[in-house]
Design a protein around this ligand. Structure first.
Ligand SMILES: Cc1cc2nc3c(=O)[nH]c(=O)nc-3n(C[C@H](O)[C@H](O)[C@H](O)COP(=O)(O)OP(=O)(O)OC[C@H]3O[C@@H](n4cnc5c(N)ncnc54)[C@H](O)[C@@H]3O)c2cc1C
Length: 422
């Protein structure tokens, strides 16, 4: 009886970012009786903060050592585009998600063309970049000195994607009161029961498999299970933000040699302002700068990469920044893994999952399903359509986390440019 012994489920996914949500969707589609447990709000951490670019690998052809990654990611733009256009087929229905841009721009401040020619040919790219004639360049890039490329890598509004996937599974997504709102009965990483608490609600679950998909939260979860958290790594970023009503919407990368000097993506806020999220090398190097220094560096960098764009003419321009860690499976040199990564223990009874990139969530979900296929104790006949007992209603329903810029303080452009150099 599903009482104190726990309600049986095939898969308990812990963490509701892009990874956990995609895994939940794939599991339910595969007929598994799966639930997702979120300690905060969905996407809190990396997924709402991400720039939402569905890379096809072009960026990874800039460096010889990244070419393996380019192969794994090559099919992703077409796959995501298909999910956005059609409700049928393999994967979540993303028709309600917002595609902020169908493609990104790439331009350079040195000899990109030669590198792309040399390395791009070696990578199995599905998204061939297209050189854009001068007359068709976006206004911001009219003055770019080198080639301007249009890359068929779509950009998605991250919250809307998480919302679209979650909307299909509201009856299987549950919130607990922070990480402490979940208790494990486990031995050596083999979880017998999960006790979920939210307010006065309490539910005991007996999962055949547990999937840790909690981003940086995976480290603490592994430690609580008595396992080695050093299988995970973090790569920190200090992202810059700039906003203004007349800032144009723009999505692209400026590359310099084998580096992405800055990646710009755009969003709109409720007050009608355009917000640029500025990542790339600017955010990696910004980790050692304080908030003001990062705002100053970002303003300098924009002048460098968009020389024809006069920031000073936008009268309500403001700057901000936020810090966020990328959570990944550890690699020997501390570099980004090439693909989505899973570690499976006890024949699929405990799987730790990292997508590595937002774009790679579909590959991660496929790997998790494979690792947990046929695990002993799966409910089998309790199919995905089986309703969960009423006691699950006592748990809270998590919402989608806020965008990072909704919670930040902002500095006027005047104050940034007139501050003492950092
Ligand atoms: C600034 C930035 C920009 C990026 N841009 C891109 C991009 O343009 N394209 C791209 O492909 N990739 C990008 N990435 C990488 C991408 O965002 C990540 O690979 C991806 O979002 C990771 O998703 P996740 O679901 O594994 O983790 P997260 O998004 O961090 O989600 C983890 C979830 O688990 C929850 N959680 C944490 N602890 C617990 C717990 N104990 N119990 C239950 N739940 C818990 C959290 O609240 C959260 O909902 C970017 C990353 C960053 C940081």
């Amino acid at each position: 009886m599903p009482g104190s012994d726990g309600h049986p489920v095939d898969l308990a996914v812990i963490g509701g970012g892009i990874a956990g949500l995609w895994i939940l969707d794939a599991a339910v589609r595969a007929g598994r009786n799966a639930i997702l447990i979120e300690a905060f709000e969905l996407g809190h951490g990396q997924s709402v903060a991400a720039q939402g670019i569905i890379h096809g690998g072009l960026k990874y052809t800039l460096r010889e050592r990244d070419l393996d990654a380019a192969g794994a990611i090559a099919d992703m733009p077409a796959f995501w585009r298909n999910r956005h256009e059609s409700g049928d087929g393999d994967g979540p229905d993303l028709r309600a998600a917002r595609m902020s841009a169908p493609c990104t721009w790439m331009w350079r401040t040195d000899s990109l063309a030669s590198r792309l020619g040399m390395l791009g040919a070696k990578a199995a790219l599905r998204t061939r970049p297209e050189t854009v004639p001068e007359g068709e360049r976006p206004p911001l890039l009219r003055a770019a000195s080198g080639a301007v490329l249009r890359v068929a890598e779509p950009v998605f509004d991250t919250r809307s994607v998480l919302g679209a996937i979650a909307a299909g599974h509201t009856d299987r997504i549950f919130g607990v009161d922070g990480p402490e709102g979940m208790e494990f009965a486990s031995a050596g990483g083999r979880v017998e029961r999960l006790i979920l608490r939210s307010g006065s609600g309490e539910v005991v679950v007996r999962p055949a498999s547990v999937v840790l998909a909690a981003g940086i939260g995976n480290e603490a979860l592994l430690a609580r299970l008595g396992l080695d958290a050093a299988v995970a790594q973090r790569r920190p970023l200090h992202m810059a933000l700039v906003r203004g009503r007349s800032l144009p919407e723009f999505h692209g990368h400026c590359v310099d040699g084998n580096k992405t000097r800055v990646t710009i993506t755009s969003a709109r806020d409720d007050a009608g302002r355009t917000i640029w999220q500025l990542g790339g090398d600017l955010a990696e190097r910004g980790v050692d700068r304080d908030d003001m220094a990062q705002r100053q560096a970002a303003s300098e960098e924009l002048r460098g990469v968009l020389p024809a764009f006069d920031l000073d003419r936008i009268d309500d321009l403001e700057w901000s920044s936020y810090r966020v860690d990328r959570a990944e499976r550890r690699t020997r040199a501390g570099l980004r893994p090439d693909d989505a990564e899973v570690i499976s223990l006890h024949d699929g009874r405990l799987v730790t999952a990292w997508p590595t990139k937002w774009a790679l969530a579909p590959r991660l979900a496929a790997a998790v399903l494979e690792a947990t296929e046929g695990v002993a104790g799966s409910t089998g006949d309790a199919s995905a359509s089986a309703e969960l007992p009423e006691v699950f209603e006592t748990l809270r329903r998590p919402g989608i986390a806020a965008f990072p810029w909704e919670e930040r303080s902002w500095t006027s452009h005047h104050d940034v440019v007139s501050a003492e150099p950092a």
